[in-house]
Write a protein that binds this ligand. Structure first.
Ligand code: FE2
Ligand code: FE2
Length: 342
């Protein structure tokens, strides 16, 4: 199924219909689909499994050109999603590993973020990343950054009181306080454009490996399931707490390669904003949620360990490819037909 999906993930706004395609079930109005073959690779990091889940999740975001919005709630697709998610969840729990119970959630979060193992991707990019690698990095991250903050927004109706207010404070910044130009999603597009990349939403999904898609699937999974709201909060907390230094390094890399303030703005904004967000996320958000409902503490820390593991795998995948002199994309950047503009 998913080999075919690689050719079926044409995103909304990416020139849908420019090539003739064989008739597909999703071109017709929603209807029950028969059960077909399912991905056989790793449910978390496998290229096929991750793409299948990514595509199913995308129906809950912006969907696909020419695909009826009603497919989002078609029971046979939801049943497929559930089967994939059961295996995905088991692998996430395995990757996150067991955690010690903690009554001081903020301290436990700092301990988790401080325990990152393996070489640093951002340090590599800052000191020796080539233009091709900086562009490739942006392509990988585009899967999330062009919808930055959207999956965490699903937490808002599920939180109450001061915890909800803290979530909204962070999210408001992520959405540029309601100014489109300042939305972090928009700013990432500016950086991509400066790098000569295709900024259309979903343009690169077909070339992203499972290790990259897993970083987005993780937060979509936590975001779409209310029962994982604690993990979603832990995910956001770690996201904010591990941002400042890497974002500064990515900005440094772009400066070294001759890019000016406009191109670097996305990274620079995060250096400033996330110095504040990390405090809000650790204390007013995560620790307050655990104080409000002590049963949430374990899930918050599970979400934190899960993002650390999945991001560690993402970084390791890129570094392994780059140090071996190849790309971590499924097809080389050069083959995508885009040119860098300084
Ligand atoms: Fe942001
Ligand atoms: Fe932030």
């Amino acid at each position: 199924m998913t080999h075919a999906l690689r050719h079926r993930t044409e995103p909304r706004g990416a020139g849908g219909g420019r090539t003739p395609r064989a008739a597909r079930p999703v071109d017709r109005p929603p209807h029950p689909l028969p059960r077909g073959p399912e991905p056989a690779d790793d449910p978390l990091y496998g290229d096929d499994a991750a793409l299948a889940l990514y595509v199913l999740y995308e129906l809950h975001y912006r969907g696909f050109a020419g695909v009826d919005d009603g497919w989002e709630w078609e029971p046979s697709l939801l049943a497929l999603r559930r089967r994939l998610e059961e295996k995905f969840e088991a692998r996430v729990l395995e990757e996150a590993g067991p955690g010690l119970p903690s009554t001081d959630v903020a301290a436990a979060l700092y301990e988790i973020t401080g325990s990152a193992g393996g070489p640093s991707l951002s340090s590599y990019v800052a000191t020796q990343g080539t233009l091709a690698q900086v562009r490739e990095f942006a392509i990988h991250r585009s899967a999330y950054q062009l919808k930055e903050a959207d999956p965490h927004t699903w937490a808002i109706p599920r939180l109450t009181g001061a915890v909800k207010a803290a979530m909204i404070e962070i999210q408001a910044d992520e959405y540029g306080d309601g100014v489109e130009r300042d939305m972090h999603q928009t700013l990432f597009g500016v950086t991509m454009r400066a790098l000569g990349l295709d900024v259309r939403y979903g343009a690169y999904v077909d070339v992203l490996p499972g290790a990259t898609l897993a970083t987005v699937n993780l937060v979509s999974f936590f975001g779409l399931h209310r029962r994982w709201r604690g993990a979603l909060v832990g995910h956001l907390a770690v996201f904010e707490m591990t941002s400042v230094e890497p974002m500064g390094r990515y900005s440094l890399a772009m400066r070294r390669l001759g890019y000016g303030p406009v191109a670097r703005h996305f990274y620079e904004v995060h250096v400033v904003a996330d110095a504040h967000h990390e405090q809000v996320a650790a204390n007013q958000l995560a620790a307050s949620l655990a104080a409000q409902d002590p049963r949430m503490a374990a899930d918050i820390l599970l979400g934190a360990r899960a993002i650390m593991a999945v991001e560690g795998n993402f970084s390791g995948n890129l570094l392994a490819a780059w140090t071996a002199g190849r790309t971590a994309l499924l097809r080389p950047v050069e083959a995508l037909g885009v040119a860098a503009v300084a």
